[in-house]
Design a protein around this ligand. Structure first.
Ligand SMILES: Nc1ncnc2c1ncn2[C@@H]1O[C@H](COP(=O)(O)OP(=O)(O)O)[C@@H](O)[C@H]1O
Ligand SMILES: O=C(O)[C@@H](O)C(=O)COP(=O)(O)O
Length: 426
């Protein structure tokens, strides 16, 4: 294994694995830190953790355990993947994890770059944009777990670490990798070890990737990985082999636990012509809706690919959080989706699309998945995945783990279609 990646959530991990696979690295997504060695054929390994919204010291400990495993697999470079909307709180976890990884690698500093132009995330003068809005006006300021109320990534990171974060401005990025490297070294020499770097286009990201060729650690969204495979290819280290994707027909279901604005549109779109069941923390915590009732509903409509969702507008989420507490409400919903997913697979579902990073983590955990193979891309940042849970038949299942904000409004139809059709890697 050449490139070892640590992702702070599950949709993020498959987003990154998708980028690396498309850029020509033989990539595997691992669920948690594997107990044994990786397959020899794996050139990039992405360890998916669920550390985005847990206490910072636990996130650090889990990330260091992933680093130890990746080092033992022979990796030469490491990438810490977080969200392209920099999902975190003033208490962490991006800053503390990045610094702990730097210390463990004895490395002087690392880029910080959440940019993902294909989904509208760009960074200028250290400020993060989603489309034509600042991050703090993009809807992310009302995220249920990590409300992003400040678009200045240096300032946000500054709350999570001691000292200041650095900045490589876009004028240096535009001048190419030598200028980026020079600006980065100046920042690190001044004691600013976490260096935010502006980027607006994929070409900017490729130049940053080239500038990072000798760095032990790189941090960012999946876009930061765009230029990295080329560094390995230039050294003749890539095999150029790709795993074939095997489509699979069979009963399908959609689970949406994301409350992002795009998820709400996707749920509305899919509900138009599919059976759907809404769940809420209230219903789950009072016992008026249970996994058994939801399963009975799904079984009844299994031929029509039913949708079960807790996705709700910000006011409903705020009311549920005020009534039950933020974490209790989230845990009730996540536990529900995890258990329901396991029951659905047992009931014969072979195609499952999940909306939301934490929600996906709960589902993948409940299915006890170990490894995910990367298939074709459905929409930017979301590939079809193949997995073999013990609960499923010999052909396994096809899965999509969709970040809340990713995908077009008709994402779920496309996802289920693509799982059952052969589509070549572009
Ligand atoms: N109706 C709801 N009320 C309160 N919290 C909810 C509701 N529906 C989902 N949640 C919680 O909100 C969080 C959404 O996060 P996530 O699944 O990561 O979505 P996203 O990808 O949009 O961030 C999850 O922890 C989920 O359990
Ligand atoms: O970088 C991104 O935006 C995604 O890869 C990601 O991490 C998504 O997280 P969620 O929005 O919580 O699914």
């Amino acid at each position: 294994m050449l490139l070892g990646c640590i992702a702070d959530d599950f949709t993020g991990a498959s987003d990154l694995a998708n980028t690396l696979a498309r850029a020509g690295m033989a990539t595997t997504q691992f669920v948690g830190v594997p107990p044994d060695a990786s397959p020899d054929t794996c050139e990039a390994g992405v360890v998916a953790l669920k550390t985005r919204s847990i206490p910072a010291d636990e996130a650090v400990a889990q990330s260091l355990a992933a680093l130890r495993w990746l080092r033992a697999q022979g990796c030469r470079q490491f990438l810490f993947k977080y969200c392209s909307t920099f999902d975190s709180t003033p208490a962490g976890n991006i800053g503390p994890v990045a610094l702990a990884l730097l210390d463990a690698l004895n490395a002087p500093g690392a880029f910080v770059c959440p940019v993902f132009p294909a989904t509208g995330r760009t960074l200028y003068m250290g400020h993060l944009f989603v489309g034509d809005r600042l991050l703090s006006e993009s809807g992310m300021q009302r995220h249920p777990l990590t409300p992003m109320t400040d678009p200045d990534i240096r300032r946000w990171l500054g709350r999570q670490i001691e000292g200041e974060a650095g900045l490589v401005r876009h004028d240096a990025v535009r001048r190419g990798s030598a200028a980026i490297g020079e600006a980065w070294r100046d920042e690190v020499a001044a004691g600013r070890r976490l260096v935010v770097v502006d980027a607006i286009t994929d070409d900017d990201l490729r130049a940053i990737g080239h500038a990072a060729r000798g760095h032990a650690l790189i941090t960012g969204g999946s876009g930061i990985a765009l230029g990295l495979p080329e560094n390995f290819r230039a050294q003749g280290l890539l095999s150029g082999e790709r795993l074939a994707f095997e489509p699979l027909l069979g009963p399908a279901a959609v689970l949406s636990g994301s409350c992002s604005s795009m998820s709400l549109r996707q749920v509305d779109d899919y509900r138009q012509d599919h059976p759907s069941l809404a769940v809420s923390p209230d219903a789950l915590l009072s016992g008026t809706l249970t996994v058994e009732t939801a399963l009975a509903f799904a079984r009844k409509h299994l031929a029509d690919a039913p949708l079960i969702y807790s996705s709700a507008d910000p006011d409903s989420v705020a009311r549920a959080q005020a009534a039950h507490g933020r974490d209790r409400a989230a845990q009730a919903v996540e536990a529900f989706f995890g258990e329901l997913a396991a029951q659905l697979i047992q009931a014969g579902v072979t195609r499952l699309a999940v909306g939301g990073g934490e929600t996906s983590g709960a589902v993948v955990g409940a299915l006890s998945l170990r490894q995910l193979a990367i298939g074709p891309e459905i929409d930017p940042g979301v590939p079809v995945l193949s997995a073999c849970p013990a609960l499923a038949g010999p052909q396994g299942i096809r899965l999509a783990l969709k970040s809340g904000n990713f995908g077009t409004p008709d994402f779920y139809r496309k996802a289920l279609r693509q799982m059952s059709h052969a589509a070549p890697h572009p």
